[in-house]
Write a protein that binds this ligand. Structure first.
Ligand SMILES: [Fe+2]
Length: 265
Protein backbone atom coordinates (compact mmCIF):
# COMPACT_ATOMS: atom_id res chain seq x y z
CA UNK A 1 0.00 0.00 0.00
CA UNK A 2 2.91 2.33 0.65
CA UNK A 3 3.92 1.68 -2.95
CA UNK A 4 0.43 2.60 -4.04
CA UNK A 5 0.73 5.91 -2.24
CA UNK A 6 4.09 6.78 -3.78
CA UNK A 7 2.80 5.83 -7.22
CA UNK A 8 -0.38 7.83 -6.73
CA UNK A 9 1.30 11.02 -5.54
CA UNK A 10 4.17 10.85 -8.07
CA UNK A 11 2.25 9.81 -11.17
CA UNK A 12 -1.22 10.95 -10.24
CA UNK A 13 -2.95 7.59 -10.36
CA UNK A 14 -2.88 4.04 -9.03
CA UNK A 15 -4.66 0.77 -9.68
CA UNK A 16 -6.16 -1.61 -7.15
CA UNK A 17 -6.06 -5.37 -7.61
CA UNK A 18 -9.12 -7.56 -7.48
CA UNK A 19 -11.04 -6.91 -4.29
CA UNK A 20 -13.91 -9.28 -3.36
CA UNK A 21 -15.71 -6.49 -1.48
CA UNK A 22 -15.66 -4.25 -4.53
CA UNK A 23 -16.65 -7.13 -6.79
CA UNK A 24 -19.77 -7.72 -4.68
CA UNK A 25 -20.62 -4.03 -5.02
CA UNK A 26 -20.23 -4.26 -8.81
CA UNK A 27 -22.46 -7.34 -8.97
CA UNK A 28 -25.23 -5.52 -7.09
CA UNK A 29 -24.77 -2.16 -8.86
CA UNK A 30 -24.73 -3.53 -12.40
CA UNK A 31 -28.51 -3.76 -12.83
CA UNK A 32 -29.15 -0.19 -11.59
CA UNK A 33 -26.27 1.02 -13.79
CA UNK A 34 -27.80 -0.69 -16.83
CA UNK A 35 -31.21 0.77 -15.98
CA UNK A 36 -29.88 4.34 -16.30
CA UNK A 37 -29.81 3.80 -20.09
CA UNK A 38 -33.57 3.22 -20.12
CA UNK A 39 -34.42 6.27 -18.00
CA UNK A 40 -35.96 8.92 -20.32
CA UNK A 41 -34.70 11.70 -17.99
CA UNK A 42 -31.15 10.55 -18.74
CA UNK A 43 -31.53 10.26 -22.52
CA UNK A 44 -29.72 13.60 -22.93
CA UNK A 45 -26.48 11.87 -21.98
CA UNK A 46 -26.44 9.66 -25.07
CA UNK A 47 -24.05 11.57 -27.35
CA UNK A 48 -21.78 11.25 -30.37
CA UNK A 49 -24.47 9.50 -32.39
CA UNK A 50 -25.07 7.02 -29.61
CA UNK A 51 -21.44 6.00 -29.18
CA UNK A 52 -21.12 7.48 -25.67
CA UNK A 53 -23.58 7.56 -22.78
CA UNK A 54 -21.96 10.17 -20.54
CA UNK A 55 -24.33 9.39 -17.63
CA UNK A 56 -23.17 12.19 -15.31
CA UNK A 57 -24.49 11.55 -11.78
CA UNK A 58 -26.82 8.92 -13.25
CA UNK A 59 -26.40 6.12 -10.70
CA UNK A 60 -29.06 6.39 -7.96
CA UNK A 61 -26.65 5.50 -5.14
CA UNK A 62 -26.88 7.05 -1.68
CA UNK A 63 -24.26 9.08 0.21
CA UNK A 64 -22.52 5.84 1.26
CA UNK A 65 -22.28 4.66 -2.33
CA UNK A 66 -24.99 2.07 -1.79
CA UNK A 67 -27.36 1.26 -4.63
CA UNK A 68 -29.88 -1.57 -4.83
CA UNK A 69 -28.66 -4.30 -2.49
CA UNK A 70 -24.98 -3.34 -2.80
CA UNK A 71 -24.43 -1.93 0.67
CA UNK A 72 -21.90 0.90 1.19
CA UNK A 73 -18.78 1.15 -0.95
CA UNK A 74 -15.96 -0.62 0.85
CA UNK A 75 -12.62 -2.19 0.19
CA UNK A 76 -9.00 -1.35 -0.51
CA UNK A 77 -9.67 1.75 -2.64
CA UNK A 78 -11.99 3.28 -0.05
CA UNK A 79 -9.43 2.52 2.69
CA UNK A 80 -6.69 4.13 0.59
CA UNK A 81 -8.80 7.26 0.14
CA UNK A 82 -9.31 7.47 3.91
CA UNK A 83 -5.71 6.78 4.88
CA UNK A 84 -3.71 8.54 2.15
CA UNK A 85 -6.05 11.37 1.16
CA UNK A 86 -7.47 11.84 4.66
CA UNK A 87 -11.01 11.74 3.30
CA UNK A 88 -13.58 10.03 5.51
CA UNK A 89 -17.24 10.64 6.29
CA UNK A 90 -17.86 12.59 3.10
CA UNK A 91 -20.99 12.13 1.02
CA UNK A 92 -20.43 9.96 -2.04
CA UNK A 93 -21.84 11.66 -5.13
CA UNK A 94 -24.22 9.91 -7.51
CA UNK A 95 -21.75 8.06 -9.74
CA UNK A 96 -21.27 8.81 -13.39
CA UNK A 97 -22.20 5.82 -15.54
CA UNK A 98 -19.93 6.24 -18.56
CA UNK A 99 -20.57 3.78 -21.39
CA UNK A 100 -18.69 3.72 -24.68
CA UNK A 101 -19.73 1.77 -27.74
CA UNK A 102 -17.97 0.79 -30.98
CA UNK A 103 -17.18 3.80 -33.12
CA UNK A 104 -16.77 6.36 -30.33
CA UNK A 105 -16.51 9.26 -31.06
CA UNK A 106 -18.79 9.64 -34.07
CA UNK A 107 -19.28 13.32 -34.96
CA UNK A 108 -21.81 15.20 -32.82
CA UNK A 109 -23.93 17.94 -34.36
CA UNK A 110 -22.88 21.35 -33.07
CA UNK A 111 -19.36 20.34 -32.14
CA UNK A 112 -16.74 22.48 -33.85
CA UNK A 113 -14.16 20.77 -36.09
CA UNK A 114 -11.42 21.80 -33.64
CA UNK A 115 -13.15 20.25 -30.66
CA UNK A 116 -14.00 17.10 -32.63
CA UNK A 117 -10.33 16.77 -33.57
CA UNK A 118 -9.23 17.35 -29.97
CA UNK A 119 -11.58 14.56 -28.89
CA UNK A 120 -10.25 12.15 -31.53
CA UNK A 121 -6.57 13.02 -31.35
CA UNK A 122 -6.12 14.21 -27.76
CA UNK A 123 -8.68 12.03 -25.99
CA UNK A 124 -10.71 15.15 -25.04
CA UNK A 125 -8.07 15.79 -22.37
CA UNK A 126 -9.36 17.91 -19.48
CA UNK A 127 -9.16 18.62 -15.78
CA UNK A 128 -12.40 18.08 -13.86
CA UNK A 129 -14.28 20.92 -12.19
CA UNK A 130 -13.14 23.74 -14.52
CA UNK A 131 -16.41 24.10 -16.33
CA UNK A 132 -16.82 25.86 -19.70
CA UNK A 133 -19.70 28.34 -19.65
CA UNK A 134 -21.54 30.43 -22.21
CA UNK A 135 -20.99 30.61 -25.96
CA UNK A 136 -17.34 31.57 -25.38
CA UNK A 137 -16.81 28.48 -23.19
CA UNK A 138 -15.06 30.60 -20.55
CA UNK A 139 -13.87 28.42 -17.71
CA UNK A 140 -14.28 28.85 -13.97
CA UNK A 141 -13.46 26.66 -10.98
CA UNK A 142 -16.89 25.29 -10.08
CA UNK A 143 -16.36 21.87 -8.48
CA UNK A 144 -13.78 20.66 -5.99
CA UNK A 145 -13.61 16.92 -6.44
CA UNK A 146 -11.54 14.98 -3.94
CA UNK A 147 -10.50 12.31 -6.46
CA UNK A 148 -11.77 10.29 -9.40
CA UNK A 149 -12.45 6.63 -8.59
CA UNK A 150 -13.05 4.46 -11.67
CA UNK A 151 -14.88 1.16 -11.23
CA UNK A 152 -15.26 -1.07 -14.32
CA UNK A 153 -18.68 -2.71 -14.28
CA UNK A 154 -18.16 -5.35 -17.00
CA UNK A 155 -15.38 -7.01 -19.00
CA UNK A 156 -13.90 -5.19 -22.00
CA UNK A 157 -10.43 -5.11 -23.47
CA UNK A 158 -7.71 -2.49 -23.58
CA UNK A 159 -8.84 -1.13 -26.99
CA UNK A 160 -12.33 -0.23 -25.80
CA UNK A 161 -11.99 3.53 -25.18
CA UNK A 162 -9.62 3.35 -22.21
CA UNK A 163 -9.35 6.06 -19.56
CA UNK A 164 -6.20 8.07 -20.27
CA UNK A 165 -4.00 10.08 -17.90
CA UNK A 166 -0.99 12.31 -18.41
CA UNK A 167 1.30 11.15 -15.67
CA UNK A 168 2.46 13.78 -13.23
CA UNK A 169 0.32 16.50 -14.83
CA UNK A 170 -1.37 17.16 -11.46
CA UNK A 171 1.73 19.11 -10.38
CA UNK A 172 1.78 21.19 -13.58
CA UNK A 173 -1.89 22.04 -13.03
CA UNK A 174 -1.24 22.83 -9.35
CA UNK A 175 1.67 25.12 -10.23
CA UNK A 176 -0.31 27.10 -12.81
CA UNK A 177 -3.31 27.61 -10.54
CA UNK A 178 -1.16 28.42 -7.51
CA UNK A 179 0.28 31.29 -9.51
CA UNK A 180 -3.12 32.35 -10.86
CA UNK A 181 -4.83 32.40 -7.47
CA UNK A 182 -1.88 33.82 -5.47
CA UNK A 183 -3.00 36.73 -3.27
CA UNK A 184 -6.70 36.08 -3.83
CA UNK A 185 -8.93 34.87 -1.00
CA UNK A 186 -10.58 31.56 -1.80
CA UNK A 187 -14.02 33.19 -2.10
CA UNK A 188 -12.74 34.93 -5.23
CA UNK A 189 -11.31 31.88 -6.97
CA UNK A 190 -14.60 30.79 -8.52
CA UNK A 191 -15.10 34.26 -10.03
CA UNK A 192 -11.81 34.18 -11.93
CA UNK A 193 -11.83 33.49 -15.64
CA UNK A 194 -9.22 30.76 -15.79
CA UNK A 195 -9.57 29.85 -19.46
CA UNK A 196 -6.08 30.97 -20.51
CA UNK A 197 -4.18 29.52 -17.56
CA UNK A 198 -6.07 26.25 -17.93
CA UNK A 199 -5.16 26.00 -21.60
CA UNK A 200 -1.52 26.80 -20.82
CA UNK A 201 -1.37 24.08 -18.16
CA UNK A 202 -3.04 21.61 -20.49
CA UNK A 203 -0.65 22.36 -23.34
CA UNK A 204 2.39 21.95 -21.10
CA UNK A 205 1.07 18.65 -19.73
CA UNK A 206 0.32 17.31 -23.22
CA UNK A 207 3.89 18.12 -24.29
CA UNK A 208 5.81 17.08 -21.18
CA UNK A 209 3.89 14.24 -19.55
CA UNK A 210 3.64 10.64 -20.60
CA UNK A 211 0.22 9.57 -21.87
CA UNK A 212 -0.85 6.35 -20.14
CA UNK A 213 -3.97 4.27 -20.78
CA UNK A 214 -5.54 2.56 -17.76
CA UNK A 215 -7.41 -0.70 -17.89
CA UNK A 216 -9.07 -2.67 -15.13
CA UNK A 217 -11.54 -5.51 -14.75
CA UNK A 218 -14.61 -5.91 -12.57
CA UNK A 219 -13.46 -6.11 -8.94
CA UNK A 220 -10.44 -3.93 -9.75
CA UNK A 221 -10.42 -0.13 -9.70
CA UNK A 222 -8.25 2.84 -10.48
CA UNK A 223 -7.88 6.12 -8.68
CA UNK A 224 -6.88 9.37 -10.39
CA UNK A 225 -5.67 12.55 -8.70
CA UNK A 226 -8.24 15.35 -8.67
CA UNK A 227 -5.85 17.72 -10.54
CA UNK A 228 -4.64 15.28 -13.20
CA UNK A 229 -5.15 15.87 -16.92
CA UNK A 230 -7.19 12.94 -18.19
CA UNK A 231 -9.52 11.85 -20.95
CA UNK A 232 -10.94 8.95 -22.90
CA UNK A 233 -9.41 7.36 -25.98
CA UNK A 234 -11.37 6.61 -29.15
CA UNK A 235 -12.75 3.09 -29.57
CA UNK A 236 -10.18 1.17 -31.61
CA UNK A 237 -11.27 -1.15 -34.41
CA UNK A 238 -11.50 -4.72 -33.19
CA UNK A 239 -11.93 -3.82 -29.52
CA UNK A 240 -13.64 -6.59 -27.61
CA UNK A 241 -16.58 -5.82 -25.35
CA UNK A 242 -20.03 -7.21 -24.64
CA UNK A 243 -23.47 -5.64 -25.14
CA UNK A 244 -22.82 -3.32 -22.17
CA UNK A 245 -19.91 -1.77 -24.05
CA UNK A 246 -17.17 -0.20 -21.98
CA UNK A 247 -19.13 0.56 -18.83
CA UNK A 248 -17.26 2.32 -16.02
CA UNK A 249 -18.73 4.02 -12.95
CA UNK A 250 -16.84 7.08 -11.76
CA UNK A 251 -17.20 8.58 -8.31
CA UNK A 252 -16.10 12.21 -7.93
CA UNK A 253 -17.33 13.48 -4.55
CA UNK A 254 -16.81 17.09 -3.45
CA UNK A 255 -15.53 16.63 0.11
CA UNK A 256 -13.92 20.06 0.59
CA UNK A 257 -13.43 23.57 -0.79
CA UNK A 258 -11.05 25.36 -3.17
CA UNK A 259 -8.21 25.64 -0.65
CA UNK A 260 -7.96 21.87 -0.19
CA UNK A 261 -8.61 21.27 -3.88
CA UNK A 262 -5.51 23.20 -4.79
CA UNK A 263 -3.17 22.49 -1.88
CA UNK A 264 -3.84 19.02 -0.49
CA UNK A 265 -1.27 16.40 -1.53
FE1 LIG B 1 -13.11 14.00 -16.28
Amino acid sequence: MRNHARHFFDRGWCRFDYDPELYRWVEAALAPARATLQDPRLGKWLRYQGTWFAGVNALPNDAHGAVGASGPLRGAAVEFIARELGLTDFAWDAAQVSICYPGYPLPMPGESPGRARFRRERDAAHVDGLLPEGPGRRRHLREHHGFILGIPMVEFDTDASPFVVWEGSQEIVREHFSRRFAGLTTELWGQQDITEIYHAAREQALVECERVELHARPGEAFLAHRLILHGMAPWRAGADAGVDGRMICYFRPDPFGPQEWLNNP
